[in-house]
Design a protein around this ligand. Structure first.
Ligand SMILES: Nc1nc2c(ncn2[C@@H]2O[C@H](COP(=O)(O)OP(=O)(O)OP(=O)(O)O)[C@@H](O)[C@H]2O)c(=O)[nH]1
Ligand SMILES: [Mg+2]
Length: 490
């Protein structure tokens, strides 16, 4: 999932980070709203594998990675998505604190070309803190499909910031980020950074003082409604000047699909059907590679048996090595590896399409009866990949109550390690009672049943914890439904 102990969390400020920062010519923060493609750009620039997917809130802590271009070393920091610097949740605070105090040379604010107006308030806020900002208008391919045109030169003039347009999937479009950083840095060295500091902060001594003041205002809730209204109005005005839409473009297929996928009648059955198809494909599909692997390892085993019969070892050592160690390990590989190799790409496919937030929406009613919210479904789905990632993912919750409940109950979802075991057990013991096509159908149904029991247990325990320990705390559910996107190979 791209979460490694060395590249995330508090470790962002550890020795490795400090050493890399000192060696690098530039430290660049990648900031922006959730789900605009920051991690995809980060992965493309650094060659790392941060978790990407089509739903807001995947990146929950800072990650860093290095890349080299034209003999210059760039340290990139991938920040969690945030709509505003006046943050609500833990991961938004992480992003804000890094922008304010991480001392990056340049902040690249990634914005969504299909939803510029929603993204610009963050650009304007970051610009109040630092003038070292580059705006990266990403998802230009989607904007083109939706017949949205953006005048990047005009945007740059209005914002008084460099602006580049990118399609994160295309490497050659990402390369221009390096050139812009170098160009911007040269210009920056000729100017005094704090000349153009925002209206709240004209008399600030330096950037650090400025950021401290901003943070204090946020903490003391001194940034009143007028401040927010001002920024939102400014964004709307800029957008109206730089964006043009094709008025003929009326059909919004996403809305039509959502009417079915999130409907009360069909939402949950479709969701279960999708999971069922994934499990069925995994169970049926993994038989073939399993058999190939099994035959291959058996062939090696016969060679090993012959080899060991020549060697002067006592028989118990031969048996220990061949039937104890070798056979156990290779059987586990034959049985476990194929389901993993099939399930995860299929699950990632659903994730990239943008189904997970719809799952969360459909199940919100059930979870809210248990005192939490549909967002718990997202952390549970992350638990399919890795329970540790699911627990770390609970940062997307605003309230402490939901964070605790989602963390405690995440283990009821079978993870990476347990899931192939479930398939194997279901196939052998339940599927084995039948023959032909029924075998895989029964195995699939029993895996789904076990998962549904897990979800039910999660809800039951969530309800219990909520009633016992958080009687007076309420939960809210705000989650953006992202557009459906074509999954990419990675
Ligand atoms: N078509 C298209 N899809 C993109 C582009 N950039 C990113 N995506 C897709 O958009 C989705 C979100 O990308 P991420 O890189 O995970 O977004 P993020 O900003 O890091 O999201 P958070 O970590 O949740 O804040 C993924 O499914 C990407 O494959 C792009 O330029 N074009
Ligand atoms: Mg991300």
């Amino acid at each position: 999932m791209g979460l490694t102990s060395n590249s995330t969390g508090l470790n962002i400020l550890n020795d490795t980070y400090i050493e890399l920062k000192s060696k690098s010519n530039y430290t660049i923060a990648l900031a922006g709203n959730p789900n605009v493609g920051k991690s995809t750009i980060f992965n493309s620039l650094t060659g790392l594998k941060q978790h990407t997917g089509n739903w807001p809130g995947k990146t929950v802590s800072n990650a860093f990675g290095v890349s080299t271009n034209n003999n210059k070393q760039f340290l990139f920091v991938d920040l969690p998505g945030t709509y505003s610097l006046i943050s609500n949740s833990e991961e938004e605070e992480i992003a804000r604190d890094y922008i304010c105090f991480g001392n990056p040379d340049i902040v690249v604010v990634v914005v969504d070309a299909t939803n510029l107006q929603r993204c610009l308030p963050l650009v304007l806020q970051v610009k109040e803190l630092t003038q070292n900002v580059i705006v990266c208008v990403n998802l230009l391919d989607e904007a083109k499909k939706k017949k949205i045109k953006i005048n990047l030169n005009r945007l740059s003039k209005l914002l008084e910031l460099p602006v580049i347009g990118t399609i994160a999937k295309k490497k050659n479009s990402i390369i221009q980020i390096y050139n812009e950083i170098v160009k911007f840095d040269k210009k920056r060295n000729n100017n005094n950074n704090n000349n153009n500091i925002g209206k709240n902060t004209k008399d600030a001594k330096d950037a650090k003082e400025l950021n401290n003041r901003f943070l204090n205002k946020i903490k003391n809730k001194q940034l009143d409604d007028n401040y927010v209204i001002d920024i939102v109005n400014k964004s709307a005005k800029i957008c109206s000047e730089v964006c043009s839409y094709d008025k003929k473009e009326k059909t919004n297929i996403d809305i039509k699909i959502d009417k079915i996928l999130t409907s009360k009648k069909f939402g949950i059955p479709i969701m279960i059907a999708f999971l069922g198809i994934i499990f069925w494909l995994t169970i049926v599909g993994s038989n073939y590679p399993s058999q190939i692997l099994f035959n291959f390892f058996s062939y090696i085993q016969t060679i090993l048996i012959q080899l060991f019969s020549i060697l002067p070892f006592p028989e118990w050592i031969n048996n220990l090595f061949i039937y104890g160690i070798y056979q156990t390990v290779t059987w586990i590989i034959s049985v476990m590896l194929p389901p993993m190799a099939i399930f995860f790409p299929l699950f990632t496919f659903l994730e990239d399409l943008g189904f997970l937030p719809r799952f969360a929406f459909n199940t919100d009613g059930f979870f809210s009866k248990c005192g939490t919210s549909g967002k718990q479904m997202i952390t549970m789905c992350m638990g399919f990949g890795c329970n540790a990632a699911g627990v770390v993912g609970t940062r997307i919750f605003e309230s402490k109550k939901e964070k605790i409940i989602a963390s405690v109950t995440n283990s009821f979802v079978p993870c990476n390690g347990r899931y192939p075991f479930l398939i194997t057990i279901s196939t052998i013991f339940l599927g084995g009672l039948f023959s032909g096509h029924f075998k895989s159908i029964i195995a699939t149904l029993s895996v789904i049943l076990i998962i549904l029991i897990g979800i039910f247990l999660s809800m039951f325990i969530s309800n219990l914890i909520s009633k016992l320990f958080f009687k007076n705390d309420s939960s809210t559910f705000i989650l953006e439904l992202p557009p459906y996107r074509r999954p990419q190979m990675r």
